[in-house]
Write a protein that binds this ligand. Structure first.
Ligand SMILES: C[S@@+](CC[C@H](N)C(=O)[O-])C[C@H]1O[C@@H](n2cnc3c(N)ncnc32)[C@H](O)[C@@H]1O
Length: 262
C-alpha cells in the first residue's frame, strides 16, 4: 500500500473512532476540551492576525527559501511566493485560534515554537499571554525576516525569534531556560528530528507542561514518531486530533491515549 493510501486509511480510522469527551471521564479534560479546544470563543486579536494573513495571501512577491526540514508537500521550489508559503505552510486559523485559547487558559511562562515560518502561529501564541516569553526557531533567514516584520506590525514584544537549524539551536536555547511550559513542534516533519526535539525538551517539562505536535499524520514517519512519543513513560494523557496531537505529563491524569474530534 502506498504512503498516501496508508495515511488515508489512518484518517478513516480516526474518523470512525474520534469521540467527544464525557464530563464524568476526566473532569480536567472535559473543561479543557469544551471551554478551550472546541470553544468557538472569539477574541479581538483574531481579526488582526487574520487580516495580516489576508495581506500575506495577497502578496505574490517571491523569496528564496531555505528548508532544513522535510519541506512542503505542495510547493517544492526554492523560490516561492509569499502567498504560496502562507497558503501551503502556515496552519489554518482553526489551529492558531486553538493555540491562542490554550495559552490563554494555561498561562505558560515559557513557550517554545519550533518552525516559525511567517509567524502567524507565533502571534497567536504570544498574544494569548502577554507576560509569557515566546521563543520561536526558524532556519530560513528570508522567511524569518518577514516573520519579524509581522511581529513588529502587530506590536508583539514577548517574542524572541532565533534563526538557525533547530538541530543545534534548540539545545543552546534550552540551556538558558529554567523550564518549558508549552512547546509547539511544527518544524522538521521527519521521525528522528521530531523524537530528538521531543527528548531534548523533556528534561525541562514540568507536571503542568503541555507539548503540541502538529501534522502527526503528515507522513508515515510522523505517525510513527507520534506513536513512540505517546508511549514515553513521562507522558500521561495524550490526545490525537489527527491534524495535531497534545501530550500531558500531569500525574493526576490517567495514562491514556484518546482520539477526539477537532
Ligand atoms: C510548517 S512550517 C511552520 C508553520 C508555523 N508554525 C505556522 O503555522 O505559522 C515549518 C517551518 O519549519 C522550518 N524548519 C524545518 N526544519 C527546520 C530545522 N531543522 N531548523 C529550523 N527550521 C526548520 C521551515 O523552514 C518552515 O518554515
Amino acid at each position: 500500500m502506498t504512503e498516501k493510501l496508508q495515511i488515508a486509511k489512518a484518517f478513516v480510522n480516526y474518523f470512525l473512532s474520534a469521540k467527544y469527551p464525557k464530563k464524568e471521564d476526566i473532569p480536567f479534560l472535559s473543561t479543557l476540551y469544551h471551554e478551550v479546544i472546541a470553544s468557538k470563543k472569539n477574541y479581538y486579536i483574531f481579526d488582526e492576525i487574520e487580516a495580516l494573513r489576508g495581506v500575506l495571501l495577497r502578496n505574490h512577491q517571491k523569496i528564496t527559501v531555505k528548508d532544513l526540514g522535510a519541506g512542503s508537500r505542495v510547493d517544492k521550489s526554492k523560490i516561492r511566493k509569499i502567498s504560496s508559503i502562507t497558503k501551503n505552510t502556515v496552519n489554518d486559523a482553526k489551529t492558531g485560534q486553538m493555540l491562542f485559547r490554550l495559552v490563554n487558559f494555561l498561562q505558560p511562562k515559557h513557550v517554545v515554537e519550533l518552525g516559525t515560518s511567517l509567524g502567524i502561529n507565533t502571534l497567536y501564541l504570544a498574544k494569548a499571554a502577554k507576560n509569557s516569553s515566546v521563543y520561536t526557531l526558524e532556519g530560513c533567514p528570508n522567511t524569518l525576516s518577514l516573520a519579524r516584520e509581522n511581529f513588529k506590525q502587530l506590536n508583539s514584544k514577548n517574542i524572541t525569534a532565533i534563526e538557525g537549524n533547530i538541530d543545534t539551536e534548540l539545545k543552546t536555547l534550552l540551556e538558558k531556560l529554567p523550564q518549558i511550559d508549552l512547546v509547539f513542534f511544527d518544524a522538521n516533519h521527519r521521525k528522528k528530528p521530531t523524537i530528538d526535539y521531543f527528548k531534548a525538551c523533556l528534561p525541562l517539562a514540568k507536571q503542568k507542561s503541555v507539548f503540541i505536535f502538529d501534522d502527526i499524520y503528515w507522513s508515515l514517519e510522523m505517525k510513527e514518531a507520534w506513536q513512540e512519543i505517546v508511549l514515553h513513560p513521562q507522558v500521561t494523557l495524550s490526545i490525537d486530533f489527527f491534524e495535531l496531537g497534545i501530550i500531558f505529563f500531569r500525574n493526576d491524569l490517567p495514562k491514556k491515549q484518546l482520539i477526539l474530534r477537532f
